[in-house]
Write a protein that binds this ligand. Structure first.
Ligand code: PAF
Length: 303
């Protein structure tokens, strides 16, 4: 789907101003801070799609000043990952961000964010960052250390009242919530639903890597999750996972994982009890590594 569709035409279609330095950012935020305005932050790595724009629109609704960060954070990419080829189009991003309601975009170069001898990281320890994507055989815990470090820095630089993240990166959202709780960041974390293409594919900047022949197969992930939710609600979580595996196998996609986990602790779950459950999937489809998930609330649990 075309992200331009979400652009509010009553807003200027000029680019949002891009601030390159921390000093510029602090100076731009100072008047809002003095006036006690409500500041919303939408952290992104750019190459915006409707998922990002839905976060900006939500921030616009709730906050007086909306800041989007646009920074492809090197510390959350492992060796051999796609840092160099991660899709970038800053000019388009600045226009889309303004159209969706961002007042400012913080788009610093890496050397502005990390001093050459930077030696401090923020890490949520334990299983939250070592399971699923944090498993050493996948992206590893270093990925989440990179995410929490840069998000903590953005929180310190922007001082947002509310920060907006997408449910598609469910594990990231759980980890960030835990960091905010444990370190008493005075920010409310809002996690908003995954935005999907009409055929169900979760929007992601990495969908740009999909060749046309892989694009169709990639929809098997969302079909698998829909089957998991349907079966889980009708019967049991085990049936749901079985249905998801069947849907995924039909498209000849071997997942890195397809698992049911507690939505807050990420502990494995086998049955619904009184807590929300996440069914999460990750798989390589052609040149893209895709992740997706469904959050199932225990309103209709299996017995
Ligand atoms: O979700 C992302 O795009 C990134 O992980 C984030 C939160 C902007 C940190 O770099």
């Amino acid at each position: 789907m075309n992200p331009d569709l979400l652009v509010d035409n009553s807003r200027p279609t000029v680019a949002a101003p891009a601030l390159r330095t921390k000093a510029e950012l602090r100076a731009a935020l100072e008047p809002a801070r003095r006036q006690g305005l409500r500041i919303g932050l939408v952290p992104t790595m750019g190459y915006l799609h409707e998922g990002h724009l839905s976060l900006i629109v939500a921030a616009r609704d709730e906050c007086d000043l909306v800041v989007m960060s646009l920074f492809v954070n090197p510390t959350q990419f492992g060796p051999g990952e796609d840092l160099d080829r991660y899709p970038r189009d800053e000019e388009r991003d600045l226009r889309l961000a303004a159209g969706a309601g961002a007042d400012l975009v913080f788009a610093p170069p890496a050397e502005e964010v990390y001093a050459p001898d930077s030696s401090t990281a923020v890490e949520v320890t334990g299983s939250l960052i070592s399971v699923l994507d944090g498993d050493a055989a996948r992206r590893g815990p270093e990925h989440f250390r990179g995410v929490t470090t840069v998000v903590a820095k953005l929180f310190n630089l922007v001082g947002p009242d509310v920060a907006y993240f997408g449910q598609k990166d469910a594990q990231q959202a759980v980890v960030i919530r835990r960091m905010v709780r444990d370190l008493d960041f005075p920010v409310r974390v809002e996690v908003l639903p995954t935005v999907r293409e009409p055929d169900g594919l979760a929007m992601s900047s990495r969908n740009a890597y999909l060749e046309p022949s892989d694009r169709e197969r990639a929809t098997a992930l969302s079909r698998a999750l829909a089957a998991a939710e349907r079966e889980a609600r009708a019967g049991s979580l085990a049936d749901g996972l079985e249905a998801a595996r069947a849907a995924r196998a039909a498209a000849a996609i071997a997942p890195e994982y397809l698992e049911a986990r507690d939505a807050e602790t990420l502990d494995p779950v086998e049955r619904f009890a009184d807590r929300p459950v996440l069914v999460l999937v990750a798989a390589r489809v052609g040149a893209a590594r895709l992740i997706d998930n469904v959050l199932i609330h225990p309103d209709k649990s299996d017995t």
